[in-house]
Design a protein around this ligand. Structure first.
Ligand SMILES: Cc1ncc(COP(=O)(O)O)c(C=O)c1O
Length: 441
Protein backbone atom coordinates (compact mmCIF):
# COMPACT_ATOMS: atom_id res chain seq x y z
CA UNK A 1 0.00 0.00 0.00
CA UNK A 2 1.40 3.40 -0.95
CA UNK A 3 1.64 5.66 2.06
CA UNK A 4 2.18 9.36 1.49
CA UNK A 5 5.22 10.76 3.24
CA UNK A 6 4.47 13.34 5.86
CA UNK A 7 6.36 16.52 6.57
CA UNK A 8 7.52 16.14 10.08
CA UNK A 9 10.22 17.14 12.50
CA UNK A 10 13.35 15.02 12.38
CA UNK A 11 13.91 12.35 15.01
CA UNK A 12 16.85 14.38 16.34
CA UNK A 13 14.69 17.48 16.83
CA UNK A 14 12.02 15.50 18.65
CA UNK A 15 14.58 13.76 20.86
CA UNK A 16 16.14 17.14 21.68
CA UNK A 17 12.80 18.58 22.89
CA UNK A 18 12.07 15.45 24.89
CA UNK A 19 15.49 15.65 26.53
CA UNK A 20 15.02 19.29 27.39
CA UNK A 21 11.40 19.31 28.51
CA UNK A 22 10.11 15.83 29.35
CA UNK A 23 10.34 14.34 32.80
CA UNK A 24 13.24 11.91 33.02
CA UNK A 25 10.67 9.18 33.69
CA UNK A 26 9.67 9.08 30.00
CA UNK A 27 11.41 6.24 28.17
CA UNK A 28 11.85 5.17 24.58
CA UNK A 29 12.08 1.80 22.90
CA UNK A 30 15.19 1.17 20.73
CA UNK A 31 18.75 2.47 20.44
CA UNK A 32 17.59 4.35 17.36
CA UNK A 33 14.05 5.35 18.35
CA UNK A 34 11.28 5.18 15.80
CA UNK A 35 8.93 8.03 14.92
CA UNK A 36 5.55 6.64 13.95
CA UNK A 37 3.38 8.90 11.84
CA UNK A 38 0.82 6.72 10.06
CA UNK A 39 -0.96 3.44 10.55
CA UNK A 40 -3.37 1.10 8.82
CA UNK A 41 -4.62 -2.29 9.94
CA UNK A 42 -1.68 -4.21 11.38
CA UNK A 43 0.97 -1.88 9.97
CA UNK A 44 2.55 1.35 11.15
CA UNK A 45 4.81 3.70 9.19
CA UNK A 46 7.68 5.95 10.20
CA UNK A 47 8.38 9.45 8.86
CA UNK A 48 10.41 7.97 5.98
CA UNK A 49 7.47 5.78 4.94
CA UNK A 50 9.13 2.58 6.22
CA UNK A 51 6.54 -0.08 7.03
CA UNK A 52 6.52 -2.13 10.25
CA UNK A 53 4.26 -4.97 11.28
CA UNK A 54 2.92 -3.82 14.64
CA UNK A 55 3.13 -6.93 16.80
CA UNK A 56 2.61 -5.02 20.04
CA UNK A 57 -0.54 -3.15 18.94
CA UNK A 58 0.64 0.31 20.01
CA UNK A 59 1.16 -0.80 23.57
CA UNK A 60 -1.37 -3.64 23.72
CA UNK A 61 -4.03 -1.08 22.72
CA UNK A 62 -4.91 -1.90 19.14
CA UNK A 63 -7.54 -4.61 18.99
CA UNK A 64 -9.66 -3.98 15.88
CA UNK A 65 -6.69 -2.67 13.86
CA UNK A 66 -5.19 0.78 13.31
CA UNK A 67 -7.53 3.30 11.68
CA UNK A 68 -10.27 0.78 11.04
CA UNK A 69 -12.55 2.13 8.26
CA UNK A 70 -15.72 1.68 10.38
CA UNK A 71 -14.26 3.68 13.25
CA UNK A 72 -13.00 6.37 10.87
CA UNK A 73 -16.42 6.65 9.22
CA UNK A 74 -18.18 6.90 12.58
CA UNK A 75 -15.83 9.63 13.82
CA UNK A 76 -15.96 11.59 10.56
CA UNK A 77 -19.76 11.45 10.57
CA UNK A 78 -19.84 12.79 14.11
CA UNK A 79 -17.52 15.66 13.18
CA UNK A 80 -19.39 16.43 9.97
CA UNK A 81 -22.69 16.50 11.88
CA UNK A 82 -21.21 18.83 14.49
CA UNK A 83 -22.04 16.27 17.12
CA UNK A 84 -21.24 17.48 20.56
CA UNK A 85 -17.52 16.99 21.17
CA UNK A 86 -17.68 16.90 24.89
CA UNK A 87 -20.54 16.10 27.18
CA UNK A 88 -20.19 14.59 30.63
CA UNK A 89 -22.50 12.26 32.54
CA UNK A 90 -24.27 15.37 33.85
CA UNK A 91 -26.14 15.44 30.52
CA UNK A 92 -27.92 12.68 28.66
CA UNK A 93 -26.13 11.15 25.71
CA UNK A 94 -26.94 7.92 23.92
CA UNK A 95 -23.39 6.80 23.10
CA UNK A 96 -22.40 6.18 26.69
CA UNK A 97 -25.58 4.20 27.44
CA UNK A 98 -25.20 2.18 24.21
CA UNK A 99 -21.69 1.26 25.29
CA UNK A 100 -22.75 0.47 28.86
CA UNK A 101 -25.37 -2.00 27.61
CA UNK A 102 -22.94 -3.57 25.15
CA UNK A 103 -20.04 -4.06 27.53
CA UNK A 104 -22.25 -5.41 30.32
CA UNK A 105 -23.74 -7.94 27.88
CA UNK A 106 -20.20 -9.41 27.72
CA UNK A 107 -19.65 -9.44 31.49
CA UNK A 108 -19.94 -12.52 33.69
CA UNK A 109 -23.34 -13.06 35.33
CA UNK A 110 -23.99 -10.70 38.24
CA UNK A 111 -21.85 -7.85 36.92
CA UNK A 112 -24.38 -5.28 35.75
CA UNK A 113 -23.03 -1.81 36.63
CA UNK A 114 -20.29 0.24 35.02
CA UNK A 115 -18.48 3.54 35.04
CA UNK A 116 -16.24 4.87 32.29
CA UNK A 117 -12.82 6.44 32.80
CA UNK A 118 -10.01 7.80 30.62
CA UNK A 119 -7.47 5.13 31.47
CA UNK A 120 -6.73 1.81 33.09
CA UNK A 121 -5.20 3.49 36.13
CA UNK A 122 -8.40 5.39 36.82
CA UNK A 123 -10.50 2.28 36.32
CA UNK A 124 -8.44 0.50 38.98
CA UNK A 125 -8.47 3.53 41.30
CA UNK A 126 -12.24 3.48 41.21
CA UNK A 127 -12.38 -0.28 41.80
CA UNK A 128 -10.03 -0.08 44.79
CA UNK A 129 -11.92 2.88 46.22
CA UNK A 130 -15.25 1.06 45.77
CA UNK A 131 -13.92 -2.11 47.42
CA UNK A 132 -12.67 -0.11 50.40
CA UNK A 133 -15.96 1.75 50.68
CA UNK A 134 -18.06 -1.40 50.31
CA UNK A 135 -16.16 -3.42 52.89
CA UNK A 136 -15.15 -0.69 55.32
CA UNK A 137 -11.69 -2.23 55.16
CA UNK A 138 -8.51 -0.71 53.74
CA UNK A 139 -6.18 -3.62 53.01
CA UNK A 140 -5.60 -4.54 49.37
CA UNK A 141 -3.77 -7.74 48.48
CA UNK A 142 -1.88 -7.62 45.21
CA UNK A 143 0.62 -9.84 43.43
CA UNK A 144 4.37 -9.47 43.18
CA UNK A 145 5.19 -8.68 39.51
CA UNK A 146 1.72 -7.16 38.98
CA UNK A 147 1.04 -3.74 37.43
CA UNK A 148 -2.18 -1.75 37.70
CA UNK A 149 -1.32 1.80 36.65
CA UNK A 150 0.63 4.94 37.42
CA UNK A 151 -1.60 6.64 40.01
CA UNK A 152 -1.53 6.64 43.81
CA UNK A 153 -3.52 3.57 44.78
CA UNK A 154 -2.49 1.59 41.70
CA UNK A 155 1.25 2.21 42.12
CA UNK A 156 0.91 1.28 45.78
CA UNK A 157 -0.18 -2.12 44.47
CA UNK A 158 2.62 -2.39 41.91
CA UNK A 159 4.80 -5.46 42.26
CA UNK A 160 7.87 -4.12 40.43
CA UNK A 161 10.51 -1.83 41.90
CA UNK A 162 11.25 -0.05 38.61
CA UNK A 163 7.78 1.49 38.50
CA UNK A 164 7.64 2.57 42.12
CA UNK A 165 8.83 5.84 43.62
CA UNK A 166 10.39 6.78 46.95
CA UNK A 167 7.31 8.81 47.73
CA UNK A 168 5.03 5.85 47.05
CA UNK A 169 2.55 5.35 49.89
CA UNK A 170 2.48 1.64 50.66
CA UNK A 171 0.14 1.59 53.61
CA UNK A 172 -2.81 -0.80 53.52
CA UNK A 173 -1.40 -3.00 50.80
CA UNK A 174 0.35 -6.32 50.97
CA UNK A 175 1.67 -8.64 48.27
CA UNK A 176 1.12 -12.33 47.71
CA UNK A 177 3.72 -14.44 45.89
CA UNK A 178 3.52 -14.56 42.14
CA UNK A 179 1.81 -17.45 40.27
CA UNK A 180 4.83 -17.65 37.94
CA UNK A 181 5.16 -21.26 36.78
CA UNK A 182 8.47 -20.80 34.93
CA UNK A 183 10.08 -19.35 38.06
CA UNK A 184 7.87 -20.89 40.71
CA UNK A 185 8.59 -19.18 44.06
CA UNK A 186 7.88 -22.58 45.69
CA UNK A 187 10.29 -24.42 43.37
CA UNK A 188 7.47 -26.60 42.13
CA UNK A 189 7.10 -28.19 38.71
CA UNK A 190 3.71 -28.41 36.98
CA UNK A 191 3.59 -32.17 37.81
CA UNK A 192 4.09 -31.60 41.53
CA UNK A 193 2.20 -28.29 41.86
CA UNK A 194 -0.43 -28.07 44.59
CA UNK A 195 -1.30 -24.45 43.83
CA UNK A 196 0.93 -23.27 46.63
CA UNK A 197 0.76 -19.79 45.04
CA UNK A 198 -3.02 -19.67 45.50
CA UNK A 199 -2.73 -20.83 49.10
CA UNK A 200 -0.16 -18.10 49.65
CA UNK A 201 -2.92 -15.52 49.22
CA UNK A 202 -4.50 -16.95 52.37
CA UNK A 203 -1.17 -17.08 54.22
CA UNK A 204 -0.55 -13.46 53.22
CA UNK A 205 -3.93 -12.40 54.58
CA UNK A 206 -3.37 -14.39 57.79
CA UNK A 207 0.11 -13.00 58.39
CA UNK A 208 0.06 -9.43 57.13
CA UNK A 209 -3.48 -8.17 57.67
CA UNK A 210 -5.82 -8.11 60.66
CA UNK A 211 -7.76 -10.95 59.07
CA UNK A 212 -10.15 -8.96 56.89
CA UNK A 213 -9.38 -7.33 53.57
CA UNK A 214 -10.96 -4.81 51.20
CA UNK A 215 -9.79 -6.35 47.95
CA UNK A 216 -7.55 -8.62 46.00
CA UNK A 217 -6.39 -7.20 42.67
CA UNK A 218 -4.79 -9.27 39.93
CA UNK A 219 -4.46 -9.49 36.17
CA UNK A 220 -5.58 -12.80 34.59
CA UNK A 221 -2.23 -12.65 32.75
CA UNK A 222 0.38 -10.36 34.30
CA UNK A 223 1.08 -8.01 31.39
CA UNK A 224 3.88 -5.63 32.31
CA UNK A 225 5.25 -8.47 34.48
CA UNK A 226 6.07 -10.36 31.26
CA UNK A 227 2.84 -12.16 30.31
CA UNK A 228 3.03 -14.41 33.37
CA UNK A 229 0.18 -16.87 32.86
CA UNK A 230 -1.16 -18.54 36.02
CA UNK A 231 -2.94 -21.89 35.76
CA UNK A 232 -6.73 -21.59 35.41
CA UNK A 233 -7.32 -23.36 38.74
CA UNK A 234 -5.38 -20.63 40.54
CA UNK A 235 -8.18 -18.12 40.14
CA UNK A 236 -10.96 -20.30 41.56
CA UNK A 237 -8.95 -21.07 44.65
CA UNK A 238 -8.00 -17.42 45.15
CA UNK A 239 -11.53 -16.05 44.60
CA UNK A 240 -12.79 -18.39 47.35
CA UNK A 241 -10.06 -17.23 49.74
CA UNK A 242 -10.67 -13.54 48.97
CA UNK A 243 -14.40 -13.88 49.61
CA UNK A 244 -13.84 -15.91 52.79
CA UNK A 245 -11.85 -13.00 54.19
CA UNK A 246 -14.52 -10.48 53.22
CA UNK A 247 -12.68 -8.97 50.24
CA UNK A 248 -13.79 -7.97 46.76
CA UNK A 249 -12.05 -9.61 43.82
CA UNK A 250 -10.85 -7.05 41.24
CA UNK A 251 -9.88 -8.59 37.92
CA UNK A 252 -7.67 -6.16 35.99
CA UNK A 253 -8.43 -6.82 32.33
CA UNK A 254 -6.70 -3.73 30.98
CA UNK A 255 -4.45 -5.94 28.82
CA UNK A 256 -6.31 -9.24 28.66
CA UNK A 257 -9.74 -7.77 27.82
CA UNK A 258 -11.40 -6.97 24.50
CA UNK A 259 -11.09 -10.52 23.21
CA UNK A 260 -7.29 -10.58 23.23
CA UNK A 261 -7.06 -13.98 24.92
CA UNK A 262 -9.39 -15.66 22.38
CA UNK A 263 -12.47 -17.33 23.90
CA UNK A 264 -14.53 -14.54 25.45
CA UNK A 265 -14.51 -10.78 25.22
CA UNK A 266 -13.47 -10.82 28.89
CA UNK A 267 -10.89 -13.39 29.97
CA UNK A 268 -12.38 -13.33 33.48
CA UNK A 269 -15.53 -14.88 32.02
CA UNK A 270 -13.55 -17.48 30.08
CA UNK A 271 -11.64 -18.45 33.23
CA UNK A 272 -14.86 -18.50 35.28
CA UNK A 273 -13.43 -16.14 37.91
CA UNK A 274 -16.02 -15.01 40.46
CA UNK A 275 -14.88 -11.38 40.24
CA UNK A 276 -16.75 -8.56 41.93
CA UNK A 277 -15.22 -5.97 39.64
CA UNK A 278 -13.51 -6.01 36.27
CA UNK A 279 -11.44 -3.14 34.95
CA UNK A 280 -10.68 -2.41 31.33
CA UNK A 281 -8.84 0.05 29.05
CA UNK A 282 -6.25 -0.28 26.23
CA UNK A 283 -7.83 -2.59 23.57
CA UNK A 284 -11.32 -1.68 24.76
CA UNK A 285 -11.11 1.61 22.85
CA UNK A 286 -8.72 0.38 20.13
CA UNK A 287 -6.37 3.20 21.13
CA UNK A 288 -8.97 5.74 22.30
CA UNK A 289 -8.51 7.08 25.83
CA UNK A 290 -11.21 5.07 27.54
CA UNK A 291 -11.34 2.71 30.47
CA UNK A 292 -14.15 1.10 32.41
CA UNK A 293 -14.89 -0.30 35.84
CA UNK A 294 -17.55 -3.00 35.78
CA UNK A 295 -19.08 -4.13 39.05
CA UNK A 296 -21.70 -6.20 40.76
CA UNK A 297 -24.74 -4.28 42.04
CA UNK A 298 -23.95 -5.39 45.57
CA UNK A 299 -20.74 -3.34 45.37
CA UNK A 300 -22.19 -0.37 43.51
CA UNK A 301 -25.14 -0.09 45.88
CA UNK A 302 -22.82 0.60 48.78
CA UNK A 303 -21.74 3.79 46.94
CA UNK A 304 -25.30 5.19 47.06
CA UNK A 305 -25.44 8.66 48.51
CA UNK A 306 -21.89 9.46 47.42
CA UNK A 307 -20.90 11.48 44.34
CA UNK A 308 -18.21 10.36 41.93
CA UNK A 309 -17.38 12.27 38.79
CA UNK A 310 -14.88 12.00 35.95
CA UNK A 311 -14.98 14.97 33.54
CA UNK A 312 -13.98 13.08 30.40
CA UNK A 313 -15.02 9.58 31.45
CA UNK A 314 -17.56 8.41 28.89
CA UNK A 315 -17.13 11.25 26.39
CA UNK A 316 -19.10 10.71 23.14
CA UNK A 317 -16.08 10.30 20.83
CA UNK A 318 -14.39 7.82 23.13
CA UNK A 319 -17.51 5.78 23.78
CA UNK A 320 -18.31 5.60 20.07
CA UNK A 321 -14.80 4.29 19.37
CA UNK A 322 -15.17 1.61 22.03
CA UNK A 323 -18.63 0.64 20.82
CA UNK A 324 -17.49 0.41 17.19
CA UNK A 325 -14.47 -1.61 18.32
CA UNK A 326 -16.77 -4.09 20.06
CA UNK A 327 -18.97 -4.33 16.97
CA UNK A 328 -15.99 -4.92 14.69
CA UNK A 329 -14.61 -7.62 16.99
CA UNK A 330 -17.98 -9.35 16.79
CA UNK A 331 -18.66 -8.85 13.05
CA UNK A 332 -15.17 -9.88 11.96
CA UNK A 333 -15.03 -12.83 14.33
CA UNK A 334 -11.81 -11.49 15.79
CA UNK A 335 -11.96 -13.41 19.07
CA UNK A 336 -11.90 -16.68 17.16
CA UNK A 337 -9.09 -15.29 15.00
CA UNK A 338 -7.15 -14.38 18.15
CA UNK A 339 -7.54 -17.97 19.34
CA UNK A 340 -6.48 -19.56 16.05
CA UNK A 341 -3.60 -17.16 15.30
CA UNK A 342 -2.53 -17.27 18.94
CA UNK A 343 -2.29 -21.06 18.86
CA UNK A 344 -0.34 -20.96 15.61
CA UNK A 345 2.02 -18.36 17.05
CA UNK A 346 2.47 -20.25 20.30
CA UNK A 347 3.15 -23.59 18.58
CA UNK A 348 5.62 -22.00 16.17
CA UNK A 349 7.46 -20.21 18.98
CA UNK A 350 7.63 -23.45 20.96
CA UNK A 351 9.35 -24.96 17.93
CA UNK A 352 11.81 -22.04 17.93
CA UNK A 353 12.41 -22.68 21.63
CA UNK A 354 13.78 -26.14 20.76
CA UNK A 355 16.52 -24.69 18.55
CA UNK A 356 17.32 -21.34 20.18
CA UNK A 357 19.24 -21.42 23.46
CA UNK A 358 18.01 -17.96 24.38
CA UNK A 359 14.34 -18.92 24.63
CA UNK A 360 13.61 -20.17 28.14
CA UNK A 361 9.83 -20.06 28.04
CA UNK A 362 6.93 -19.33 25.72
CA UNK A 363 3.60 -18.59 27.38
CA UNK A 364 0.33 -16.70 27.16
CA UNK A 365 -3.13 -17.10 25.75
CA UNK A 366 -4.63 -16.03 22.44
CA UNK A 367 -2.80 -13.02 21.05
CA UNK A 368 -0.99 -12.27 24.27
CA UNK A 369 2.20 -14.24 23.88
CA UNK A 370 5.42 -13.84 25.85
CA UNK A 371 8.91 -15.16 25.09
CA UNK A 372 11.17 -15.19 28.12
CA UNK A 373 14.84 -14.91 27.18
CA UNK A 374 17.53 -16.44 29.37
CA UNK A 375 21.30 -16.65 29.09
CA UNK A 376 21.21 -20.28 30.19
CA UNK A 377 18.22 -22.62 30.20
CA UNK A 378 19.40 -24.37 33.38
CA UNK A 379 20.25 -21.37 35.55
CA UNK A 380 17.50 -19.28 33.90
CA UNK A 381 19.71 -16.19 34.19
CA UNK A 382 17.74 -13.27 32.76
CA UNK A 383 18.87 -11.99 29.35
CA UNK A 384 17.79 -8.31 29.21
CA UNK A 385 20.57 -7.20 26.83
CA UNK A 386 19.76 -9.95 24.38
CA UNK A 387 16.09 -8.98 24.66
CA UNK A 388 16.95 -5.40 23.68
CA UNK A 389 19.10 -6.64 20.83
CA UNK A 390 16.36 -8.94 19.56
CA UNK A 391 13.89 -6.06 19.56
CA UNK A 392 16.35 -3.82 17.69
CA UNK A 393 17.13 -6.44 15.03
CA UNK A 394 13.43 -7.21 14.52
CA UNK A 395 12.64 -3.51 14.25
CA UNK A 396 15.30 -3.12 11.54
CA UNK A 397 13.61 -5.97 9.65
CA UNK A 398 10.19 -4.28 9.93
CA UNK A 399 8.72 -5.91 13.04
CA UNK A 400 7.81 -4.06 16.24
CA UNK A 401 7.72 -6.12 19.41
CA UNK A 402 7.06 -5.21 23.04
CA UNK A 403 9.12 -5.89 26.14
CA UNK A 404 8.24 -6.65 29.74
CA UNK A 405 9.22 -8.53 32.88
CA UNK A 406 10.75 -7.34 36.11
CA UNK A 407 14.20 -7.68 34.52
CA UNK A 408 13.21 -6.60 30.99
CA UNK A 409 13.92 -10.01 29.47
CA UNK A 410 10.49 -10.92 28.11
CA UNK A 411 9.39 -10.21 24.55
CA UNK A 412 5.70 -9.33 24.46
CA UNK A 413 3.62 -10.05 21.37
CA UNK A 414 0.13 -8.54 21.32
CA UNK A 415 -0.88 -7.49 17.80
CA UNK A 416 -4.33 -6.38 16.64
CA UNK A 417 -6.76 -9.30 16.77
CA UNK A 418 -7.09 -9.14 12.97
CA UNK A 419 -3.57 -10.44 12.35
CA UNK A 420 -3.49 -13.10 9.62
CA UNK A 421 -1.42 -16.21 9.04
CA UNK A 422 1.01 -14.60 6.59
CA UNK A 423 1.68 -11.77 9.06
CA UNK A 424 2.10 -14.25 11.91
CA UNK A 425 4.53 -16.29 9.81
CA UNK A 426 6.48 -13.12 9.02
CA UNK A 427 6.78 -12.47 12.75
CA UNK A 428 8.12 -15.95 13.42
CA UNK A 429 10.57 -15.78 10.51
CA UNK A 430 11.97 -12.42 11.64
CA UNK A 431 12.31 -13.56 15.26
CA UNK A 432 13.98 -16.79 14.14
CA UNK A 433 16.48 -14.98 11.87
CA UNK A 434 17.25 -12.36 14.51
CA UNK A 435 17.84 -14.96 17.23
CA UNK A 436 20.14 -16.77 14.83
CA UNK A 437 22.10 -13.55 14.24
CA UNK A 438 22.46 -12.99 17.98
CA UNK A 439 23.71 -16.56 18.45
CA UNK A 440 26.44 -15.97 15.84
CA UNK A 441 27.92 -12.98 17.68
C1 LIG B 1 -2.82 -4.50 33.59
C2 LIG B 1 -2.77 -3.02 33.55
N1 LIG B 1 -3.58 -2.33 34.37
C3 LIG B 1 -3.61 -0.99 34.36
C4 LIG B 1 -2.78 -0.27 33.54
C5 LIG B 1 -2.82 1.22 33.54
O1 LIG B 1 -3.45 1.68 32.40
P1 LIG B 1 -3.21 3.17 31.87
O2 LIG B 1 -1.78 3.27 31.44
O3 LIG B 1 -4.21 3.32 30.77
O4 LIG B 1 -3.51 4.08 33.01
C6 LIG B 1 -1.92 -0.94 32.67
C7 LIG B 1 -1.02 -0.21 31.77
O5 LIG B 1 -0.10 -0.72 31.20
C8 LIG B 1 -1.91 -2.36 32.69
O6 LIG B 1 -1.11 -3.05 31.89
Amino acid sequence: MAIKEQTTKSNEEIIEVRKKHFLPTAFLYYKTPVQLVRAKGNYVYDEQGKEYLDAIGGIVCISAGHNHPKIKTALLEMLNNDEIQHSSTIFLNQHITNLAKKILSEAPKGIDRCSFTNSGSEANELAIMAARHATGEAMVVNLRHGYHGGTGATLASCGQHSWRFRSQPVSSVTSALEPYCYRCPFNQKPESCHLECAKNVETTIQTSTHGKIAAFIAEPILGVGGFITPPKEYFHEVAKIVHNYGGKYISDEVQTGAGRCGGSFLHTKELGIDADMITMAKGFGNGAAIGATLMKSEVSETLSGKVHFNTFGGDPYQTVQALKTMEIIEEENLIENAKVMGEHLMNSLKELMKKHKLIGDVRGKGLMVGIELVKDKTTKEHAPDECKELMELCKNKGLLLGKGGLFGNVIRIAPALSINKAQTDFMIKVIDESLYEISKK
